[in-house]
Design a protein around this ligand. Structure first.
Ligand SMILES: [Zn+2]
Length: 130
């Protein structure tokens, strides 16, 4: 059992209250009629499957029932941050890679996972949208 920080409730809650809903930051084409079949198919069916940092859409199903975003590492399953809809992630694959080359990365190990609390305020650094 671990805890996930809900950015709307403002507190850590048990993982069983949450459900993942797939990749985050997928923008619906502004003019679907103008899309080719391939572009529309990409929008509907194709998702990134990175080894490393991934931005995901989650819902606090048994709590406030709001959707929010999670930055998760797909190798370690570590949740690096949570943030509200409409906000941009502070942690991206690019920012994490630059931190690691500088030797400043902090890796959490085992036990209770209580990440995401540092994101209570709006992100001040705009990350690249993936
Ligand atoms: Zn909540």
């Amino acid at each position: 059992m671990f805890y996930i920080h809900c950015p709307y409730c403002g507190e850590h809650r048990e993982e069983e209250e949450f459900h993942p809903k797939g990749q985050a930051h997928i923008e619906r084409p502004k003019d679907p009629e103008a899309c080719s079949d391939e572009e529309w198919g990409d929008y509907l069916f194709f998702r990134d499957n990175p080894r490393g940092v991934h931005h995901e859409l989650w819902v606090h199903a048994v709590g406030c029932r709001k959707f929010f975003n999670v930055t998760r590492h797909t190798v370690t399953y570590e949740i690096l941050e949570t943030y509200k809809m409409g906000e941009q992630p502070r942690i991206t694959a690019e920012s994490l890679a630059s931190q690691q080359t500088q030797g400043n990365v902090q890796v959490a190990s085992g036990g209770q996972q209580t990440v995401g609390a540092t994101n209570a305020a709006a992100p001040s650094v705009k990350g690249e949208q993936v």
